[in-house]
Design a protein around this ligand. Structure first.
Ligand SMILES: N[C@@H](CCC(=O)N[C@@H](CSS)C(=O)NCC(=O)O)C(=O)O
Length: 256
């Protein structure tokens, strides 16, 4: 059963396709208040096929209810990286919703149905999300880019007027700087940036705004590295629970 689903999903990770202009994307930005995490639901309005990005275990019931109410069929529960501050809901969603596959980067070292590489694509109806490697916060970070480059889900690589920390989980400030400049700031200026967290009440930005106003990533690479090495942030409270759980998709009995 799972073998057939994974094989079908892998077939969908093919080359980019061009689609007609009549398609319509449904997007919901959802918030988990304890960890200030954003979860995103994207769906093709016509086929009702959906993807969820960075679900949180505590809000799985909310998210499954929303999916049910909107009549969406969840194809993928994808994590942008192995989170250190909350337990992912991807394993619980996969268990609750037959047909849903969990996904994360191969470079994360975590288990999931699909282990994504740079350039892989997740298809949902008439849309695709491209997985772009954007390491630095962690080695396995992905930015998920919609096929027309109108929006990017940056996880913790790029936050609004900020970025993910680089002081644990093999983080590297110089790598993060390169990722953001080469893999995100090269997107069109109008591309909407949807981050994995926000601690200041903001919801969305654009590539152009972040290129110009991001106080960290508008610095030179050397200035950025110095700044990141001096942040001295407290450890996430749930780190010792979250990282081991997220290496197993957030659940004990994951077989993938
Ligand atoms: N206080 C929170 C953790 C806050 C934190 O460290 N956030 C991370 C992303 S989650 S690992 C981060 O990269 N922050 C960047 C920054 O500049 O703050 C908790 O205890 O969970």
């Amino acid at each position: 059963m799972w073998g057939r689903r994974v094989a079908a999903a892998l077939r969908a990770l093919g080359p980019a396709r061009s689609y007609g202009t009549g398609r319509r994307l449904l997007l919901r930005q959802l918030f988990e208040a304890r960890s200030c995490t954003y979860t995103y639901v994207l769906a093709d309005e016509a086929s009702r096929d959906a993807v969820i990005v960075d679900p949180v275990l505590e809000t799985v019931a909310r998210d499954t209810q929303l999916l049910r109410e909107l009549g969406l069929r969840l194809r993928y529960a994808v994590n942008t990286h192995c989170h250190a501050d909350h337990v992912t809901g991807s394993g619980a969603l996969r268990a609750a919703l037959p047909g849903c596959l969990s996904a994360i980067s191969r470079a994360s070292g975590a288990r999931a149905d699909l282990l994504l590489r740079d350039g892989d694509r997740l298809q949902f109806g008439a849309f695709e999300l491209e997985a772009r490697a954007s390491p630095g916060h962690t080695p396995g970070c992905l930015t998920l880019v919609l096929d027309d480059e109108s929006m990017a889900f940056t996880g913790d690589a790029l936050l609004i007027r900020g970025c993910g920390r680089t002081d644990f989980q093999q983080g590297c400030a110089r790598t993060l700087y390169r990722s953001v400049h080469e893999r995100i700031f090269t997107l069109p200026g109008s591309c909407l940036v949807y981050p994995g967290h926000d601690y200041t009440g903001q919801t969305v930005s654009t590539v152009d705004e972040e290129r110009r106003f991001n106080p960290r990533l508008s610095l030179s690479a050397d200035e950025f590295v110095t700044l990141m090495e001096g942040l001295n942030l407290p450890r996430p409270q749930l780190m010792d629970v979250a990282v081991p759980a997220n290496l197993r998709c957030g659940v004990q009995d994951v077989t993938a």
